[in-house]
Design a protein around this ligand. Structure first.
Ligand code: HEM
Ligand code: HEM
Length: 180
């Protein structure tokens, strides 16, 4: 029987660090999207929580990408064609781009609207731009559009993972869930 062990780096499978980052960010994004979409109906102060959580997600995305560049990725699952691997890699690249672009447009939107960005009342982040009403409006639109782009790409990505699991019956999904 193969020996059960916790791997850190992504050698034979996704290690515990990359798996933890992946699923933690998925959960936080669901909370974050909900806070953003329904903030008008939620208690006052929801947007402050949304901003702090958004900065947390941005920080986690940077740490995750740094770890991924250091720890690499596991060998492809047997039976997945080069073409499919290419489509998956493009999808993952776009997901990383959106993980950065959505919070950065939020930060820009806040600064253009003359709001400083605070992190849970502990830190005030640098102002990236001077106040500008027209740019604030544009950035609000970009923040929303990029969020919906993230939703669409993430749903396609999740469907692909489920397809591999149910119909191709390979380890693509399980090695991201439990590492084997
Ligand atoms: C990955 C992180 C983030 C996600 C997924 C996200 C998502 C969203 C969504 C879905 C909305 C509602 C948009 C709409 O009503 O069409 C929203 C609104 C907003 N977001 Fe974010 N956001 C993120 C990060 C941030 C960050 C880091 C900031 C600020 C530093 C921010 C500031 C705002 C503000 C101020 C609004 C309210 C806009 C308004 O209705 O006036 N967001 N966000
Ligand atoms: C907002 C949601 C999501 C985001 C932003 C996201 C992002 C990513 C990224 C960037 C990667 C590439 C890993 C890397 O190279 O570092 C990845 C891998 C993966 N994701 Fe997601 N993901 C999301 C949701 C999901 C869901 C819901 C599922 C399952 C139903 C899933 C299953 C997987 C699997 C199986 C892999 C490994 C693919 C492989 O081995 O090539 N993801 N995800």
């Amino acid at each position: 029987m193969p020996e059960a062990r916790v791997t850190l780096k992504n050698t034979e499978t996704w290690g515990i660090v990359s798996r933890s980052f992946h699923w933690l960010i998925v959960v936080l994004l669901i909370v974050q999207g909900t806070l953003g979409l329904f903030h008008d109906d939620l208690p006052r102060g929801t947007i402050r929580l949304h901003v702090s959580l958004g900065i947390t997600i941005l920080t986690l995305a940077i740490a995750r990408l740094a770890w991924r560049l250091y720890a690499g990725r596991p060998a492809p699952v047997a039976g997945v064609s080069a073409g499919q691997r290419r489509v998956a890699a493009i999808g993952h690249f776009v997901l990383y781009l959106l993980l950065f672009a959505v919070p950065i447009t939020g930060w820009l939107m806040s600064n253009y609207g003359d709001h400083a960005v605070h992190w849970f009342g502990l830190l005030e982040l640098p102002r990236l731009v001077a106040p500008d009403d027209a740019a604030h409006e544009i950035m609000e639109g970009r923040h929303s559009q990029l969020f919906w782009a993230l939703v669409i790409v993430a749903v396609l990505h999740a469907l692909a993972a489920v397809h591999h699991h149910l119909f191709r019956r390979n380890t693509t999904l399980t090695r991201m869930l439990r590492g084997s």
